[in-house]
Design a protein around this ligand. Structure first.
Ligand SMILES: NC(=O)C1=CN([C@@H]2O[C@H](COP(=O)(O)OP(=O)(O)OC[C@H]3O[C@@H](n4cnc5c(N)ncnc54)[C@H](OP(=O)(O)O)[C@@H]3O)[C@@H](O)[C@H]2O)C=CC1
Ligand SMILES: CCCCCCCCCCCCCCCC(=O)OCC(=O)COP(=O)(O)O
Length: 311
């Protein structure tokens, strides 16, 4: 045993650590994709993470197509970006905008055509737009479950599929989706949202495997809480707006930092990135490695969160 540990194991362990380190160094210095001049489409660019992605990609010299439902809010973002252009050395471009509702299936194909007309191609599609939900399944109307799915899942899938053929023809492009830690684990009172993000994760994992042969990478980014309007804009079980800034959201990450990580993931053509702290990361592993314990913790959370409403 001693001979085995001393003579055989140590060189093996050292070699493995060395290979791993070398791999990490190579990945770190791998030539990143160019963003300067690239046509980058961002959905949900009127606020929160989408708006910060717009800032970061604009400053990096991307030719942006910003999407959202509210023309005036998007125009405001365009104005802010153009005003900031003087601060940068990089050549920057005035962003274009395309207005459409992801939940309206009839308009998504038309929007994709409009997007393609802006520059004749799409180099990076960042599927960021999304809506969250707060509610108890027993009191949630089935139409709410469908509505959240329409925006977060079917809208995103429809836009991706409408833009994909032009990427495949060029054997070039990059598809990014902003999912959530809740695409990997499901927490109580988020059924519609977590289900839509799990579906998103599955769809884009399939897509990655299917389009790798066309040199089109797929990046799924799964953030933890970010300081945005997500909770304010969340929908409740009866379809009304939740309208509250949750503590978890208020103490979340700065969207500017998350946007920088999105840029890094695009440059490195990363496949799957979790942007969250230790606890959500451990929770993701626990769900796979020790599901019984994970389910116990979730049940206890559900009981605690429900208590004040029941009393
Ligand atoms: N904030 C967080 O804690 C986290 C957020 N995320 C994800 O990040 C993404 C961005 O959300 P965030 O910035 O936080 O939230 P915000 O509510 O600030 O932004 C959401 C964006 O999505 C757009 N949007 C919503 N519904 C639709 C629709 N039907 N059609 C078109 N656009 C729509 C909104 O545009 P408008 O209303 O102007 O049309 C808005 O620009 C989402 O996918 C979210 O799930 C992931 C993990 C954590
Ligand atoms: C170190 C010991 C760890 C033990 C792990 C126990 C499991 C603890 C559960 C942790 C749950 C984390 C949930 C994270 C949820 C999240 O970050 O969601 C991101 C969002 O999409 C936010 O959307 P929301 O609408 O819910 O605000």
């Amino acid at each position: 045993m001693e001979r085995f540990m001393g003579g055989g194991m140590l060189p093996l362990v050292l070699t493995s650590v060395g290979v791993l380190l070398l791999y990490r160094i190579l990945v770190h210095f791998r030539k990143g994709a160019h963003v300067q001049g690239a046509v980058v489409v961002i959905t949900g660019a009127s606020s929160g993470l989408g708006k910060e992605c717009a800032r970061v990609f604009h400053a990096a010299g991307a030719r942006l197509v910003l999407c959202g439902r509210d023309a005036s809010r998007l125009q405001q973002v365009v104005q802010e970006l153009t005003a900031s252009s003087t601060d940068t050395q990089q050549q920057t471009y005035t962003p274009s905008t395309v207005i459409f509702d992801l939940a309206d299936a009839d308009t998504v194909d038309r929007a994709a055509e409009e997007i393609l007309k802006c520059y004749g191609q799409v180099d990076v599609l960042i599927n960021n737009a999304g809506i969250s939900y707060r509610g108890n399944i027993l009191e949630t109307h089935i139409s709410v479950q469908r509505d959240v799915m329409e925006t977060n899942y079917f809208g995103t899938v429809a836009l991706t599929q409408a833009l994909l053929p032009s990427m495949v023809r060029r054997r070039s492009g990059h598809i990014v989706v902003i999912s959530s830690v809740q695409g990997k684990i499901a927490i109580p009172y988020r059924s519609a949202y977590a289900a839509s993000k799990h579906a998103t994760q599955a769809y884009f994992d399939c897509l990655r495997a299917e389009i790798e042969r066309y040199q089109i990478p797929v990046t799924v980014i799964s953030p933890g809480y970010i300081r945005t309007n997500l909770s304010v804009n969340a929908v409740t079980g009866d379809g009304s707006k939740y309208g509250v800034v949750d503590k978890t959201t208020a103490s979340g990450r700065d969207p500017r930092d998350v946007a920088q990580l999105v840029l890094k993931a695009v440059r490195q053509r990363s496949k799957d990135v979790i942007v969250a702290g230790l606890v959500p990361n451990v929770a993701v592993y626990l769900r796979t490695l020790w599901p019984a314990l994970f389910f116990k913790i979730m049940s206890s959370r559900a009981r605690k969160e429900q208590k004040p409403k029941d009393e």
